[in-house]
Ligand binder design. Structure first.
Ligand code: ADP
Ligand code: MG
Length: 313
């Protein structure tokens, strides 16, 4: 084990009822319509969770989400109540003793009823969208212009929703299916909000030398009727961030995320991408931590250790 693994967290332990263990986050019930979302350092690739945690990853995801949500004031309403440990202890005294286990990696949020559609916005054609386009000339079933090359910027960003699969891979669906599932009013609302948040994110990222190629949002209904942006927002786990100075259409791009993990696994031709996963070498773990810290630094202009979480009270 490398030194830094001492503080990395695979499974979180918090003295509240655990209601869901996701690929990355453990969700605890707080009562009064609130949840504590604790981001572990788990990393998944090809929908398989690896055995080695990535030190600092959970912190980066949580603090970066808070930084973006703070900047999104006036663009959309969201679920975050606090990610400041003092504030959280004040509101949930039962968490005082276990503070070390969750501080800096946790968000106290409004509990919502999640909308069962993942709201993906793509400004550039990459990943599963590139695969679909290459084989059928479409994106989410809708035709795109001929002659696009991999990673090319689209004329305008495209809303490319996906089903939120309980198990297995998410599946891209056409907008018409979102309308069938949720009704046209909600479908349009989700699309408009997603475009607004993407535009906001892409503009700020660009100012920091980063291309926001695509990103995925989730929304949820608060019991009071509001539609809130939920989950993680504009993080390297939910977005493709490309260094603008290295951007070159016509090929896959370097991305500031868990790419070292994916590259390592891709080189292992004998692994069939189903559990159990191979062990990650220390070197790959270290490189991945560095990528997460780098995207945090580049976007926020602050080292993670110097970052003061915004207050939402
Ligand atoms: N405010 C919220 N209310 C209810 N559920 C939420 C909220 N924010 C996020 N979630 C859910 O919590 C989970 C986040 O944990 P994560 O590890 O990302 O899970 P997953 O493996 O499902 O992506 C997601 O399933 C997301 O839909
Ligand atoms: Mg998730």
């Amino acid at each position: 084990m490398s030194e830094s693994d001492a503080t990395a967290v695979l499974d979180t332990q918090v003295p509240l009822p655990l209601i869901y263990r996701g690929k990355v986050r453990d969700i605890y019930e707080v009562g009064d319509g609130r949840l504590l979302m604790v981001a572990s350092d788990r990393v998944s690739a090809f929908d398989v969770i690896l055995r080695q945690p990535i030190p600092r990853k959970g912190e980066v995801l949580t603090q970066l989400t808070a930084w973006w949500l703070d900047s999104l004031h006036g663009v959309t309403e969201h679920h975050l109540l606090s990610c400041d440990a003092d504030e959280i202890v004040d509101q949930v005294p039962a968490l005082r003793e276990s503070r070390e286990a969750w501080a800096r990696r946790s968000m106290l949020v409004h509990r919502t009823e999640p909308v069962l559609v993942e709201c993906v916005v793509r400004g550039y054609i990459s990943g599963s969208a590139w695969k679909e386009y290459r084989s059928s000339g479409t994106l989410a079933g809708e035709p795109l212009p001929e002659g696009l090359v991999e990673s090319q910027q689209l004329a305008t960003p495209i809303f490319s929703p996906a089903t939120k699969a309980q198990t297995g891979h998410d599946e891209n669906i056409p907008f018409s299916e979102v309308v069938n599932l949720l009704g046209s009013e909600e479908a349009n609302r989700l699309r408009e909000l997603s475009f607004a948040v993407y535009e906001h994110g892409a503009t700020i990222a660009k100012e920091h030398g980063i291309v926001l190629a695509d990103t995925k949002f989730e929304f949820g209904h608060h019991p009071d009727g509001r539609l809130l942006l939920i989950d993680e927002v504009l993080t390297p786990d939910s977005s493709r961030f490309w260094p603008a100075d290295l951007y070159e259409p016509g090929q896959a791009q370097t991305s500031l995320d868990k790419q070292p993990v994916r590259d390592f696994l891709d080189r292992l031709t004998e692994w069939d991408k189903s559990p159990p996963p191979p062990d990650l070498p220390d070197e790959v773990v270290r490189e991945t931590t560095d990528r997460y810290l780098e995207i945090f630094r580049r976007l926020t202009g602050t080292e993670l250790d110097d970052f003061q979480p915004p207050r939402f009270g």
